[in-house]
Design a protein around this ligand. Structure first.
Ligand code: GMT
Length: 377
């Protein structure tokens, strides 16, 4: 029985948590000696390693004049079949239900007609269930893909509950949380910090893809209040549809000189290393990987209590939780942390200690166990 597998990984290559989880999982499996084949329409944004165990297969989508809408899922399905056959995949791990899980299930069924068995593991990340899943036009497909996968995982207990509530699920769902590689974080850099803030200023940071669900205008409004009470800077990392609105809001609130929009960063450890508090006022967040990344960097977190966030950010211990849109409380919480150095230090330490329970060596074997179980079946 072989002890190294050929693993296929399908993910979104764009700036977002599910792509980060998929990429870092694949890289970690490659470091353990497995062969990892990434399949996506573009190079996953954190995948820039040269290794004899990591391969990237691009799904090309031809632009055919007859198609008003390009059927990406069909190209992906064909690519999955091709990679499964020629790279002799032992398992296929797909991140995000639409269209990845449904393409994988189709590929599995087509491969079966060639006498090839390809086990599918689907990881649900959040918006595939909490936003897309609520859209009736996707629901039957998501439901079928979940029920037809060989294993299904969610990144928080909350997401597992929501999945069971919203869909007719006739199978078990495992909970495997997001993870961080703790060795990469918590390298404090005072020289860089001085370039962004004076010694008597605190740094509040937000990182996201600036989509509506992130409520980045709340970040700006909270900072505007904080900034009137405590000397501080706000660092905004990322880009997306709501960036312009956020920049305009800073101008109209007259706080632009204290807000730094850095744009997208591939590596966020450095910016987190100079931050004091991380703010995540999301409408919904299945887990909030970026909050965990902040905690691993010894940064206290002020977030909403939506979705899986209370599992990650422990209220009163690693930071504070608020109802969605409760800007008054979020502002008070940040001001409280910035005004009480003992409390801030305590919460930073607690955040780091809690983040340790999500360290990669604790999480990786949980996926590996599922891979081997499916491979042997
Ligand atoms: O949050 C995003 O906009 C990106 C999204 C994604 O699909 O990449 O992130 C989701 O998956 C992450 C990794 O599992 C989770 O940590 C995020 O909480 C989740 N986002 C939402 O639920 C909104």
């Amino acid at each position: 029985m072989k002890n190294k597998l050929n693993i296929g990984i399908v993910c979104y290559p764009t700036y977002g948590g599910s792509g980060v989880v998929a990429t870092e999982l694949g890289v970690a499996f490659a470091e353990k000696g497995h062969c990892v084949h990434f399949i996506s329409y573009d190079q996953p944004f954190r995948l820039d390693l040269f290794s004899d165990k990591i391969f990237y297969h691009e799904v090309s989508v031809p632009n055919y004049p007859l198609f008003e809408y390009t059927p990406y899922e069909l190209n992906l399905t064909s690519k999955l079949i091709d990679v499964a056959i020629h790279e002799k995949l032992d398992v296929l791990h797909v991140h995000y239900a639409i269209p990845h899980a449904s393409a994988a299930v189709s590929a599995k069924q087509i491969l079966a007609t060639y006498g090839i068995h390809l086990p599918i593991i689907t990881t649900l990340h959040g918006t595939d269930i909490t936003l897309l899943g609520k859209d009736k036009s996707f629901k039957p497909v998501i439901e079928y893909a979940i029920n037809s996968s060989d294993a299904v995982t969610t990144v928080s207990k909350n997401l597992r509950d929501i999945t069971k509530e919203n869909f007719n699920i006739n199978r078990s769902i495992d909970y495997i949380p997001n993870f961080i590689d703790i060795r990469l974080y918590n390298k404090k850099n005072n020289i860089k910090r001085k370039r962004f803030a004076k010694d008597d200023e605190f740094i509040l940071t937000h990182i996201s893809n600036f989509r509506e669900v992130k409520r980045i205008e709340d970040v700006i409004k909270v900072f505007a209040k904080v900034n009137t009470e405590v000397k501080s800077k706000l660092i905004m990392v990322g880009d997306g549809p709501d960036r312009l609105k956020a920049e305009q809001l800073c101008r109209s609130l007259n706080i632009s000189t204290n807000v730094i929009f850095l744009g997208k960063l591939k590596v966020i450890e450095d910016v987190l290393s100079i931050s004091d508090v991380f703010i995540l006022p999301s409408l919904t967040e299945s887990f909030g990987l970026v909050a965990l990344e902040a905690m691993a960097s010894k940064v206290a977190v002020v977030s909403t209590n939506s979705g899986g966030l209370p599992e990650v950010n422990i209220d009163g211990e690693t930071g504070f939780l608020s109802d969605v849109g409760d800007l008054e409380k979020m502002s008070k919480d940040v001001i409280r942390l910035f005004s009480d150095p003992v409390l801030l230090l305590k919460m930073k330490e607690n955040a780091f200690n809690h983040a340790k329970s999500y360290d990669l060596p604790k999480i990786l074997p949980q996926y590996e166990e599922i891979y081997f179980k499916l491979f042997k079946e």
